[in-house]
Structure formats: structure tokens, C-alpha cells
Design a protein around this ligand. Structure first.
Ligand code: HEM
Length: 272
């Protein structure tokens, strides 16, 4: 129960700020409120920074950015758009997994069924397919922008290296996804693509030094990629697992390092 001093304090507060002001004051100073929000609401640089730092979703952003950094004309937002597309692809990809069986009997008909029988199935498939094409385009534009603004130079050379890995992983995601509809286009694209692996130095049986290291069509890198000596059920299953689990996991880890490193390198680079 409130004692005499508490009551006096409350009367003074009501006199000073009015009833609504006193209620607001009471709520904002309560332990519950302060356990949620650790700073005031005044519009000052300090509270703005505290808002970003203390919020689990916002703290991914830097509390302060250089004036040019958010300008579209500097970054073209190509890195951000690439990341956004990755998120769209992850969500639509999970929904696609509900309707898809990675075996040579069902895969093609699952995709047809999705287009003709599933509500919004065609939209879902196209969001994923067009999103994937777009991500490949935007990641190249991002690389081009980073190169043209000289942002690969010290201290950002390490992040350029991480970027190259991200580019390779993006292309691999696109390549493994291409086989999954099990249509003529994907089948022959992957047949041609994986045939190139025969010529890998040391690891391919037709590549330089391959023979010297005991490579044959039945134990080389192409055999490992396909799970056999030609594109078939094993290759489809391997492409599916790499596409839905392996590469997304690896690319997420590299993206986290990429974003963390942008902050550690002093934020987005300045003009040349
Ligand atoms: C999945 C692929 C990638 C994603 C999601 C991504 C994302 C981002 C984002 C959001 C930024 C902040 C600035 C901006 O939006 O331009 C950035 C900066 C940067 N990225 Fe990427 N990136 C990717 C691939 C690459 C590639 C392929 C390279 C180069 C080989 C690269 C090198 C860099 C560098 C050096 C910076 C710092 C740029 C600066 O300070 O101006 N990134 N990236």
C-alpha cells in the first residue's frame, strides 16, 4: 500500500503534469516498461542510437552511417537486393519442398501438378525461378559496383574474397536448382555442365595429371558430383540435397561474415 510520501509524490506529479501526463510517467518509469525499453523517447542523437543498438531486429544495422552510404546512386542497393532475393528464395523454396519429390518418377510431374492443380502454384514456382535468375544478375551488378567504386581496396580486400565465395555459391545454387524440374532443359544443361568436370586438373579423369593420380570415369570428381557415371536418380537426389540444405547453409554463414565484415571495415566505403 502506498505510504504518505508516495501519495504526496503522486499528488505533486498530477499537479505538475496533469492526469494523463502522470499516468504516462508512471508507465514509462515502471519496472515492466524499463525491462522492455532501456532508454527514453526523446528525439536526440543518443536515444536514436540507443533505439537501434538495443533492438534485436534493428541492431543488425549500424547505429550511425556515413551520409553517402544509403544513397542509391552509390551502392545501387545491389548487395541489399541480392540479400532480399535470397530471403524470397528461401521462403518460396520451403513452400516448393512441400510439393516436390526428388526422384526421377515424380519430379517432373510434381512441377506440372504444381502449375495446374495447386492454388497459386504457378505463382510460387515463378517467384522462385525468376527470383533465382534475378539474384544471379544482381550479384554480378553488385560485384561490378564494388569494383567500379574501388571498394575492394584495403581494408576491404578480405570482404572482396568473401564476396567471390558468395558469387560461386550463388552460381552453384542456380546450377543445382536447374536439374530439379527434371525437364529436358535442366537435364541437358547439367549433363553438359558436369561433363566439364571431367577436365578438372588432378581430380578429373580427362584433366591434366588426372590419369597420373589414378582418375577414371568411375572415381573422379564428376562421378562424385553425379553419384554415378551419368545424370540419373542419384544426381537428382544429390542436386536436391545440395540445393535445399548444403549450399543454403554454407552461403548463410558466408553472408553473416560478409555483413559483419562491412561493419568492421568501417561501414560502406566512401567515394573514390
Ligand atoms: C550473395 C551475394 C552477396 C550479398 C548478399 C552481398 C551483400 C552485400 C551488402 C548488403 C553490402 C552493403 C553495400 C551494398 O549493398 O552494396 C555489401 C558490400 C560489399 N560487398 Fe557484397 N554481397 C554479395 C556478394 C559480393 C561479391 C560477389 C563481392 C565481390 C567479389 C562482394 C564484395 C563486397 C564488398 C567489397 C563490399 C563493401 C563495399 C563498400 O564498402 O562499398 N559482395 N555486400
Amino acid at each position: 500500500m502506498a505510504n504518505k510520501t508516495d501519495k504526496k509524490k503522486l499528488r505533486d506529479l498530477v499537479k505538475e503534469k496533469g492526469v494523463s501526463g502522470a499516468i504516462k510517467d508512471f508507465i514509462v518509469n515502471s519496472q515492466v516498461w524499463r525491462s522492455f525499453f532501456r532508454h527514453g523517447l526523446e528525439d536526440t542523437s543518443k536515444t536514436r542510437m540507443q533505439t537501434i543498438i538495443s533492438n534485436v531486429f534493428l541492431h543488425v544495422h549500424p547505429a550511425k552511417v556515413k551520409r553517402h552510404a544509403p544513397l542509391f546512386k552509390f551502392t545501387w542497393c545491389m548487395g541489399g537486393i541480392t540479400f532480399f532475393l535470397f530471403l524470397v528464395l528461401t521462403v518460396t523454396g520451403v513452400f516448393l519442398m512441400f510439393y516436390y519429390h526428388p526422384n526421377t518418377r515424380d519430379a517432373y510431374w510434381d512441377m506440372k501438378g504444381l502449375e495446374y492443380h495447386v492454388p497459386f502454384g504457378l505463382l510460387l514456382r515463378n517467384l522462385h525461378r525468376w527470383g533465382a535468375h534475378l539474384m544471379v544478375i544482381t550479384v554480378w551488378f553488385h560485384l561490378f559496383r564494388v569494383f567500379m567504386t574501388g571498394s575492394y581496396k584495403p581494408p576491404r580486400e578480405f570482404n572482396w574474397g568473401i564476396g567471390v565465395v558468395l558469387l560461386m555459391l550463388t552460381l552453384l545454387l542456380s546450377f543445382t536448382g536447374y536439374l530439379l524440374p527434371w525437364d529436358q532443359l535442366g537435364f541437358w544443361a547439367v549433363t553438359v555442365g558436369t561433363n566439364m568436370a571431367r577436365a578438372t586438373p588432378i581430380l578429373g579423369h580427362e584433366g591434366p595429371f588426372g590419369e597420373m593420380f589414378g582418375m577414371t570415369a568411375y572415381n573422379d570428381i564428376r562421378f562424385a558430383i553425379l553419384g554415378g557415371s551419368m545424370v540419373g536418380g542419384n544426381a537428382l537426389l544429390r542436386a536436391y540435397i545440395w540445393h535445399c540444405i548444403g549450399i543454403p547453409l554454407i552461403i548463410s554463414i558466408f553472408m553473416i561474415v560478409h555483413f559483419w565484415r562491412i561493419r568492421k571495415d568501417g561501414g560502406i566505403s566512401g567515394k573514390l
